[in-house]
Design a protein around this ligand. Sequence first.
Ligand SMILES: Cc1cc2nc3c(=O)[nH]c(=O)nc-3n(C[C@H](O)[C@H](O)[C@H](O)COP(=O)(O)OP(=O)(O)OC[C@H]3O[C@@H](n4cnc5c(N)ncnc54)[C@H](O)[C@@H]3O)c2cc1C
Length: 597
Amino acid sequence: MATLTAVPATKIPGGSFLIGERKPEEVFTPEDFTEQHLLIAQTAEEFANKEIVPNIEKMEHKEFAVHRELLRKAGELGLSGVDVPEAYGGMQMDKVTSAIIADRVAKYGGFSTTWGAHTCIGTLPIVYFGTEEQKKKYLPGLASGETVGAYALSESSSGSDALNCRTRAVLSPDGKHYILNGEKMWITNAGFADLFTVFAKVDGEKFTAFIVERGFPGFSVGAEEHKMGIRGSSTCPLILSDCKVPVENVLGEIGKGHHIAFNVLNVGRFKLGAACIGSARNSIETAIAYAKQRKAFGKVIADFGLIREKLANIAAGIFTGEAMGYRTVGMMDAAIAQLGAEHDDMASVRKVIDEYAVECSILKVWGSEFISQVTDEVVQIHGGYGFVEEYPAERNYRDVRVNRIFEGTNEINRLLITGFLLKRAISGQLPLMAAIKKLMDEVLSGTSEEVEEGPLVEERNLVGRAKKIGLFAAGIATQKHMQAIQEEQEIMGAIANMVIETYAMESAVLRAHKLIMRNGESASALAIAMARLYVQGAMEKIASAARMVIAACAEGDMLRSQLAILRRLCKYDPFNPVSLRRTIAQRVIETGKYQVA
Ligand SMILES: Cc1cc2nc3c(=O)[nH]c(=O)nc-3n(C[C@H](O)[C@H](O)[C@H](O)COP(=O)(O)OP(=O)(O)OC[C@H]3O[C@@H](n4cnc5c(N)ncnc54)[C@H](O)[C@@H]3O)c2cc1C
């Protein structure tokens, strides 16, 4: 495998961040990018600036030939085939590289969506589940961008509930074809794609994936949807009317389509998270440039504290988003490297990715909600000009909205996060129950383990407390509801929120800690300020979610004593957020962009 990185060296189990303490040297951060990573980042960035940005207007007007041309050019640069094995014309890079490309290409939502659908959900089903013949036949075209891919799971009556699809497949009397009937909805790239992974139920029961070429008899594409955002992308229904699909185009096993449907979404989710961070980096540049030239009350608006506050929050979010995103793909790469001789076996690789399903959902939810806040604030910084089409702030605000809907809605992903963790806890894969018991004992005896030395002591202690608060609330909720907790969605959602924020704050602190170890404390002042600002905000959210869970699970004296314990866990001396934000804002305004130092 043309892997680029071997950092960190240890395999870390998915979801284990909740129960163990990680060391900075165990996590991968953007500061660990190799020369090759940086080169690819530069190539992707140049591609975006030179090829995507100048073509935005054309793409907004649905000139799909431009999308095709851009995918082909990206293919020539090796960007489209990043996850495709070399044997089939791809580059087979590590997952850090996949994330870097998704991040750097994200300059325009209309094309990022095309890109994501093609390189990820449109290509990976064949990479991970295709037969040798299917790979040889289809992957070289997909990797080069000559063939455009799409993924057709959703239907008008089943989106989140995708396994409940109505599309049917029956074997033809001569046994040579499956005959597909039904309609798919919301299919990205459908207007111009050549190849579709289509899900249907064989004999109305067995959920199965099929590789469907655009030219197959009985296949047609409906009209473009009129969308709120990502108007440059193509989204259409597919009509399958006695569509004849050769039996050799069954992908994976009959009745096992759900493995394909859900496995590739993990990659889709971490890439979507990376794209949201890339988009936030672009957004802050636009916002700073505007704020530095727009005058009000005799000053540029970049001089106002309330504008600076927004810029500082965005910068701290980018720092955190990068930290958690690259930490996750770094863990995947470390685990893939440990596969040894099997690291070329795509079935083993996808199992590794599946191990980090919780982290992938976290990146998707966190990234999509962060970029929604960012684009909202960027509109606000632009005032009235943010509300008109003349400035990109308006389009970006609309474009990012869909990120909370596709690749699994954020509600579904929240349920997945808590559900996966509980499943692992119950099966003993993750010793969560033991950790909850240890914490309960600690809480009842009034003792508390906290770190006392090294850099970022307070922040590291807050991360430790965040984990305890999450475990405490989850322990109370599971004791009360046992297995039936799955039915308590509001509690599942609140636990997911604590898990998400814990991962985010820990990643930010570990990254700042690693920077201090490398460059010293004063050279890392900006990173420390960003991590500290993020940690403080996250603690507030975690405390609020825990209060809600506890209040929903206990009453009377029990409630009062549990809330007293929670208050003890949540008690800390606050940092000065105004001063932190001023420090961060000063630097990003000076340089015109997000900075780490
Ligand atoms: C622009 C765009 C592009 C898309 N591209 C593709 C594509 O390429 N391929 C593809 O297959 N699909 C695609 N989709 C479809 C997308 O994946 C679905 O829209 C999404 O999964 C949600 O399904 P739905 O629209 O049916 O909403 P529903 O599932 O009806 O959900 C409606 C609301 O109910 C909530 N909800 C649903 N179930 C639950 C539950 N169990 N618990 C709590 N809340 C719940 C949802 O979170 C949501 O808020 C695309 C959608 C859009 C808008």
